[in-house]
Structures are given as structure tokens and as C-alpha cells.
Design a protein around this ligand. Structure first.
Ligand SMILES: CC(C)(COP(=O)(O)OP(=O)(O)OC[C@H]1O[C@@H](n2cnc3c(N)ncnc32)[C@H](O)[C@@H]1OP(=O)(O)O)[C@@H](O)C(=O)NCCC(=O)NCCS
Length: 163
């Protein structure tokens, strides 16, 4: 879909981000971070980066990612959340994120954790080429150390670098 773009988050976006994240609709399905955790990711600490999803020139959601390449863990998408759901925003943002990340950082793969019951998010990821990912040890431990383990009732998904 057109009209969706990504840009780095700034502290001026914090109120938008935390209002969306802490909204009653979202707080039970998405992790909750403190203001300082968001600000640290915006500063790029610990290999993290924070991105605003814009639609029609205004913030529509956000993404947080971890660069885990030094630990052999590719790039981890920690979180994606959009406000107005099921209007094509999330899929367009994910497509841009995957393209930009492979172009800019060339990780071997991008991965994320998703709840087994989150069919909507999984539909978006699968449409873009992600597949279920159940690594054996020690790869699973390496990913957990580099980012985090899937919660109970969740699993990993990944997409490999093209070519
Ligand atoms: C997941 C999320 C980012 C997706 O963004 P979005 O803008 O809502 O998604 P889109 O509109 O781009 O695409 C949704 C797709 O899922 C499909 N879908 C919706 N509900 C579905 C379901 N229960 N089962 C299967 N597919 C479903 C839609 O049909 C659509 O596919 P289509 O484009 O082929 O029609 C967004 O819904 C969100 O913020 N959810 C809450 C937070 C969350 O779950 N984040 C992911 C954590 S891993």
C-alpha cells in the first residue's frame, strides 16, 4: 500500500509511542516498556533502533529492532505495533523494514518471536516470506542471549537474506 514510510523515532515521538503501547487495546498483546527503555533504543544503545511508521505523513505505529549480528543472531525485530489495524499499514511497514534492513545491514536473517495465537501478525509475516523457526541448541541459546527467548505459547519466525 502507498503512503507508508519509515523514519527514525525521536524523543518528540515518545508520547505517541507510549500512548499507543499502553492503550487498553494493546497492553495485553504487546510488551510494555518504560519511557527510558524507548529513549535508550532511540539513542541506539545496545545495538537497538527505534522506528516510526508513518502513514499519510503522520505517525501510525512504531517498530523496535536489535542488531544481533556480532552474536551470530542476525537482526531481531523486537516489536511492531500499529494504531489503526487491518488497513495494510503493518504489512507495508514490515515490507519496508525487511528490504531496508537487508540492504543496510545485510544480516544472514531477520527473526522475531510471535504468540502462537497471533494469527494476524503471523499472516503478515508469512506473506512477506517469514517461516516458523525452531532452532536446535546451541543456536536457540545464542538467539536468547542476543535478544530473548519466545514467551510460553510463542515461537520464533525468520526470513533469510535474499540471494
Ligand atoms: C500485527 C500488526 C502489526 C499488523 O499490522 P496491520 O496493519 O494490522 O496488518 P495489515 O492490515 O497490513 O495485514 C493484516 C493481514 O492479516 C490478515 N488477518 C487478519 N486477521 C487474521 C486472522 N485472524 N488470521 C489470518 N489472517 C488474518 C488480514 O486479512 C491481512 O491480510 P491481507 O493483507 O492478505 O488481507 C497489527 O495488527 C498490530 O499492531 N497488532 C497488535 C500488535 C502485534 O500483534 N504485534 C506483533 C507482535 S509479534
Amino acid at each position: 500500500m502507498s503512503g507508508v514510510r519509515l523514519r527514525p523515532s525521536t524523543p518528540a515521538d515518545l508520547a505517541f509511542i507510549t500512548t499507543l503501547e499502553r492503550d487498553a487495546e494493546n497492553r495485553t498483546i504487546i510488551g510494555q516498556w518504560t519511557d527510558e527503555e524507548h529513549l535508550a533504543a532511540m539513542r541506539g544503545e545496545a545495538g537497538r533502533w527505534h522506528t516510526i511508521i508513518e502513514r499519510g505523513g503522520v505517525p501510525a505505529g512504531y517498530m523496535i529492532a536489535y542488531d544481533c549480528r556480532d552474536a551470530g543472531g542476525g537482526v531481531h525485530l523486537k516489536r511492531i505495533l500499529v494504531g489503526d489495524k487491518e488497513r495494510g499499514t503493518g504489512k507495508a511497514a514490515m515490507r519496508l523494514f525487511v528490504e531496508e534492513t537487508f540492504t543496510r545491514l545485510a544480516p544472514d536473517f531477520i527473526w522475531l518471536n510471535v504468540y502462537d495465537h497471533n494469527a494476524r501478525a503471523q499472516a503478515v509475516y508469512r506473506a512477506l516470506g517469514f517461516r516458523d523457526y525452531h532452532p536446535d541448541e546451541p543456536e536457540a541459546s545464542r538467539l536468547t542471549a542476543a535478544a530473548e527467548a519466545p514467551a510460553r505459547n510463542a515461537h520464533r519466525m525468520r526470513i533469510d537474506r535474499p540471494g
